[in-house]
Design a binder for this molecule. Structure first.
Ligand SMILES: [Fe+2]
Length: 597
């Protein structure tokens, strides 16, 4: 039984394949076409998933499409009558989705009749819920999805029992907690698609002194719905518009906040204006209100379901600060967040919804690690290195066995080197989790600046994250609940903050990854070796990229290594080190780039 999930035609396009109840592969299209948040039909991701499963399109039994243009038709029609532009947009979307089989066939250069599998449409939030619950370790759980908007809803809650997922309620357009966060992110001058997490980082530098004003903007009501005060928003009048900039590659959402919001909070910050303390305090207030509303909602969910386990999905599930607090202040004792909690995860959710809700098959899969993307053999890695590394003596290459590799990498990190770490299969979801990561020494306070200057070039207020041995979590953090996919932030124990200053955020928290020996053995071995050497079983872990989607192939890792001031690259069983020749080459290239700028 082969089920192919395809999330197409909006940002975070992705594909996933489930064979006989087991996830075989899942990947975002951006990792292949190198366009961040890529939309459209994810042809390369589909091709990869089929190859990993050893299947052809003709052999796929079921296609799971996480969008149902017919969902919530009544609400849509009411809006369509008031907003002709909205009606035209809806009609365009529906036409697109009815042609997905033909477009797939065209992309694979086969006749549409060759595709014999049945097509199933799964409502956006049902797919989100399924993406969390069906791959969770729980047999019984409350399930919550919260995002901006999908199929005219912005949140849905359900309970899961065995292979049965039962939705009980939803928040529908125009009310949306995700839209609140995005609108306020825009108000603070961050307009890029996906900028919300920047504002979450910024909030730690402020105090929530505008909380009372924010309480007027959004609330959770007693019927398990979020409520926006619509006078502060515009999307209910214009529809949430997504446009594409930079030759169709960059998604941009239209302005979501009204002039009334500026009357309430003062003038909006323009993107080019400097960040002042007022903006930090506004970011802190907005995050504080999100937490109040979300925690109240989750507490109601706990009261209604009387369950102790919770599964979270949707873009708001990336709010690791709020997730951490749910463990503190709600009755839920265990929380599972799948690594691709945002819309990319819909491909997995739709596939498992078909498996369980439509075909009624029992559950037999738990997502315990994120390595569902492409992997490469030692021969493929060696060939890429041979092709990319010239004979000019700029790079030294050494081949090592696994133990020596971990030891060597740990030594380089302890010496203050910045290390590229490319191992196994690429991660599913937006976080690098020890397969396509850049690593550094957490004990050095200056490491954050060094990483930014030499490779990442990010805003200085954004924190870097730690990976820690799972068994050492309690020694460094005030909570020990596992966070294998970097979806929780906990307070670092005050006495340990000086030991790991680089990944400790200004508010004393860190968005940690707990690394298990069982599910990520090589990465665990490296951190263990670093701990043995330094007494600190923690490394700084940031994604392997520089203003681009996370690297996927060895060639992309090599390009990033050669282009930036990364010191060492450990890829498969090879260790690559730059010599003085390489340092001079990078310096020349940087000088040339400065001159051009
Ligand atoms: Fe969504």
């Amino acid at each position: 039984m082969i089920i192919l999930g395809i999330n197409a035609y909006h940002a975070n396009a992705s594909a996933a394949i489930v064979v006989d109840g087991q996830l075989i592969a899942a990947a975002e299209e951006e990792r292949f076409n190198r366009v961040k948040y890529a939309a459209g039909l994810p042809v390369q991701a589909v091709r990869y998933c089929l190859a990993e499963a050893g299947a052809t399109l003709a052999q796929v039994d079921h296609f799971a499409i996480p969008r149902n243009p017919w969902a919530r038709m009544g609400t849509k029609l009411r809006y369509a009558l008031r907003m002709p532009k909205f009606a035209i947009e809806r009609a365009r979307v529906m036409a697109r989705f009815t042609g997905i089989k033909e477009e797939l066939a065209a992309a694979f250069e086969i006749a549409p009749e060759v595709i014999r599998g049945a097509f199933h449409r799964v409502e956006h939030h049902v797919a989100h819920l399924a993406s969390a619950y069906f791959v969770s370790p729980f047999d019984r759980a409350a399930v919550l999805s919260v995002d901006g908007l999908g199929d005219f809803a912005s949140a849905m809650w359900a309970d899961g029992e065995g292979a049965k997922l039962t939705p009980h309620g939803a928040t529908t357009f125009p009310h949306s907690l995700g839209m609140y966060y995005t609108a306020l992110t825009q108000y603070l001058g961050f307009w890029k698609f996906g900028d919300e997490y920047k504002v979450m980082g910024l909030g730690a530098y402020g105090t929530p002194q505008y909380l009372d004003a924010f309480r007027k903007i959004v609330r959770a009501d007693a019927s398990m719905k979020f409520q926006l005060n619509l006078e502060y928003f515009t999307h209910q009048r214009s529809g949430p518009e997504m446009t594409w900039r930079d030759a169709g590659t960059t998604p941009v959402l239209g302005r979501l906040f009204s002039e009334q919001l500026e009357k309430l909070l003062g003038p909006a910050r323009r993107a080019e204006e400097p960040l002042e303390q007022r903006h930090r305090d506004l970011a802190a207030s907005m995050q504080a209100r999100l937490e109040e509303v979300l925690l109240e909602h989750v507490a109601q969910l706990a009261a209604r379901t009387k369950l102790k386990s919770l599964c979270l999905a949707g873009g708001v599930a990336f709010n690791c600060v709020a997730n951490g607090k749910m463990l503190e202040s709600t009755p839920f004792e265990r929380i599972y967040v799948q690594p691709a909690a945002g819309d990319a995860g819909l491909a997995v959710g739709a596939a498992f919804d078909v498996e369980h809700s439509i075909l009624g098959r029992p559950r037999k899969f738990v997502m315990e690690h994120a390595g569902w993307g492409p992997g490469f053999t030692p021969a493929q890695i060696a060939r890429a290195v041979e092709d990319r590394i010239g004979g000019d003596g700029a790079i030294e290459v050494q081949e090592l066995d696994e133990d020596a590799l971990a030891e060597t990498a740990a030594r380089e990190l302890a010496d203050g080197k910045i290390l590229g770490w490319f191992q196994g299969r690429a991660e599913w979801g937006p976080r690098a989790l020890g397969n396509r990561s850049i690593l550094a020494d957490p004990r050095r306070a200056e490491m954050k600046d060094v990483l930014n200057q030499r490779i990442k070039h990010r805003e200085m207020f954004r924190p870097f994250a730690p990976s820690i041995l799972e068994e050492s979590t309690g020694e460094y953090f005030e909570r020990t609940h596992p966070s294998p996919f970097m979806t929780f932030a906990y307070r670092v124990r005050p006495e340990k903050r000086a030991a790991i200053p680089a990944p400790t955020h200004v508010d004393g928290t860190a968005r940690l990854q707990t690394v298990s020996r069982r599910t990520n053995p090589l990465y665990w071995k490296l951190i263990r070796a670093f701990g043995d050497r330094t007494g600190v079983p923690v490394v700084v872990n940031t994604s392997f990229n520089d203003n681009e989607p996370i690297v996927c192939k060895p060639e992309e890792a090599l390009d990033c290594f050669l282009r930036t001031r990364m010191d060492v690259l450990v890829m498969g069983n090879l260790v690559l080190r730059k010599t003085a020749v390489a340092d001079a080459q990078v310096a020349t290239a940087e000088a040339q780039a400065r001159q051009r700028a």
